[in-house]
Design a protein around this ligand. Structure first.
Ligand SMILES: [Fe+2]
Ligand SMILES: [Fe+2]
Length: 197
């Protein structure tokens, strides 16, 4: 997944890593929410917002346009994906006007986590396998590089920002960040997934 000389990553692996990172945040939010720990909820919510904004931006600017013409079925999943992104963006916009102690604040965040779980699950089970079966690894790596560079421009950590993390460091971060499936991931997969801090 990551190579010594640089940080080349398959576009689908990069997007899946984004999904798992945000799923970790959803878990942290849910745990804080069950304890009614507002300050942690607010802290995690800020991270969820950034992750979701960056991820939907790179999908809409780069990934979806690159794949939507591949065939009719992929085009349909992209059209559906855009509507699902739109629903999340509406909720994120509404949240800007709400204080965290407003009852609707937690409710809207909970609905976002549910919607995104559904959306990311559909991308992984439907859209991504179709794209993978119709494209070459080289093409996906070039696209992954574009996605990664755009993330950097948007102020998000890139693959290069993770490359120096040791296996021990990525394991610790993956546990702290509640990355799902971490026990079955290789060090490289974990490195591509964790937030470097
Ligand atoms: Fe998406
Ligand atoms: Fe996605």
């Amino acid at each position: 997944l990551l190579r010594a000389e640089g940080a080349i990553v398959d576009a689908i692996d990069l997007l899946t890593a984004d999904h798992n990172r945000v799923r970790g945040l959803f878990k942290l939010f849910k745990d804080a929410s069950e304890k009614d720990d507002r300050s942690t909820m607010v802290e995690v919510a800020a991270k969820m917002r950034t992750e979701l904004e960056v991820h939907t931006t790179i999908e809409e600017e780069i990934f979806y346009p690159a794949i939507r013409g591949a065939d009719e079925e992929i085009g349909e999943t992209v059209a559906e994906g855009l509507e699902e992104h739109h629903e999340v963006k509406v909720l994120l916009r509404e949240l800007e006007d709400l204080a965290p102690d407003d009852e609707a604040w937690k409710a809207k965040w909970t609905v976002i986590t549910e919607n995104v779980e559904h959306h990311a699950g559909e991308e992984e089970s439907d859209m991504f396998p179709k794209v993978r079966s119709q494209t070459e690894a080289d093409w996906r790596e070039q696209l992954g590089d574009k996605l990664d560079r755009r993330k950097g421009e948007l102020g998000a950590p890139t693959m290069a920002d993770r490359i120096d993390l040791t296996s021990a460091q990525v394991k610790t971060l993956a546990t702290e960040q509640e990355i799902p499936g971490r026990s079955k991931m290789s060090a490289d997969e974990l490195r591509a997934t964790v937030s470097p801090g």
